[in-house]
Design a protein around this ligand. Structure first.
Ligand code: MG
Length: 389
């Protein structure tokens, strides 16, 4: 099989989450070997995966879950490890060419750096590492001749639209958004939203945190930051467009005003697969588009007055420094409290805005500054939440 993944072997970090499970389906479809499976606690799921793919390594960051798994798969030749430190060591030892980084949250950063250090292709699904510390990750990627291919559907689309074209040909990036399940509602209507309403996302199948972020358009905001970093453009070169059908996954407008868009059925598996097989394309699970059946595609501006986390993300990337880190940390805490039904949906907007706008920036932060800002922003958000409850 002609693929860029030389030894046909992959690592899946976060294998029991939504993107992780879909990566397993790709491995099955493309007949890939899996060298490493990593998750936090899901013993039943990872046992199933290990029995099917017989990886060299399994890592469960939770110690108790790891010792449980060790006993369960004692009949396999799989080495089982626990803990974050071992995960990083195993990533560096793994001979997989490509690692799918589907670990969610801040925890995805250190594994991404380990992937870079061992010269792997990183099929990057984790947003936080890019939003927070892309500069450091990029340095390691360059130093060790690694590479990063975006998995996020919009960034995968932009990456595809940019193939074969020079960076200074880009005029704008058109970042599409489904608008989320609450498109058209005003702030008063959003106040009564419960966690279960926010979790009923219309188009993409995802985890709880990112589903809430999609509903609040915070996710789109993170994607703006991600696009600025990955494609090295200015924030004002990003135009967010609401496109409820999620058929056009994003586009690039060039200097001559020609727009190249990437389209397809909304199926994350296509994005994951492309990141593995790039620059080649293989048959996939995605349905072929039937344009006549689609009928029409619609586009509109996002409601920035209601969904204030989106303009806040533009503010954060314009300030840069530690502010994107603060935005990420504060949102993570606020969403956690919302999911526990301790604050209202709109409180997320107000609390995060308050924390971000009042945080003192550091212009060229070290990694330590970033880690400190992350901690500080989380603590500050918890404090503000106490005032709201
Ligand atoms: Mg996306």
């Amino acid at each position: 099989m002609e693929r860029n993944n030389k030894n046909n072997s992959i690592a899946i970090l976060g294998s029991t989450g939504s993107v992780g499970k879909q990566s397993i389906e790709i491995a099955r479809l493309l007949n890939l070997k899996i060298d490493l499976l990593a998750s936090s606690t899901s013993v039943d799921e990872i046992e199933k995966q290990a029995r099917e793919f017989k990886p060299k390594y399994c890592v469960l960051t939770n110690e108790k879950s790891a010792s449980d798994l060790k006993i369960r798969i004692v009949d396999l030749n799989t080495k089982v490890y626990s803990g974050e430190k071992n995960l990083l060591d195993v990533i560096e030892q793994s001979t997989a060419d490509t690692a799918i980084n589907a670990i969610s949250g801040f925890a995805g950063l250190a594994p991404a750096i380990s992937c870079a250090k061992s010269g792997k292709r990183i099929a990057m699904s984790n947003k936080e590492a890019i939003v927070i510390a892309y500069k450091f990750l990029k340095e390691e990627i360059k130093k060790h001749n690694a590479e990063l291919i975006p998995v996020d559907s919009e960034h995968s689309a932009i990456f595809q639209c940019l193939q074969g074209r020079a960076k200074n040909d880009i005029k704008r990036i058109i970042l599409t958004s489904s608008g989320g399940p609450f498109r058209g509602k005003n702030k008063a209507k959003l106040m009564g939203i419960k966690a279960k309403d926010a979790l009923a996302h219309p188009t993409w199948k995802m985890g709880a945190k990112i589903t809430v972020d999609s509903a609040s358009l915070m996710n789109k905001g993170f994607e703006v930051i991600e696009a600025v970093r990955l494609f090295d453009v200015k924030p004002e070169q990003i135009k967010v467009v609401v496109h409820p059908q999620s058929i056009m996954h994003s586009a690039v407008e060039y200097n001559d005003n020609s727009v190249i868009a990437q389209m397809g059925a909304p199926d994350m598996r296509t994005c994951i697969q492309y990141a593995i097989t790039y620059p080649n394309r293989m048959p996939s699970y995605a349905n072929s588009l039937d344009f006549a059946k689609l009928g029409s595609l619609s586009f509109e501006d996002p409601d920035m007055n209601t969904f204030t986390l989106l303009p806040l993300a533009f503010y954060a990337i314009e300030k840069d420094g530690i502010i994107p880190t603060v935005l990420n940390a504060s949102d993570e805490i606020a969403v956690k409290y919302f999911l526990e039904e301790k604050i209202k949906f709109t409180d997320i907007f107000d609390i995060v805005e308050d924390v971000v706008r009042n945080f003192r920036n550091i212009d060229s932060p070290t990694l330590e500054d970033i880690l400190n800002a992350d901690k500080e922003a989380r603590a500050l958000t918890e404090e503000k939440i106490k005032l709201f409850r």
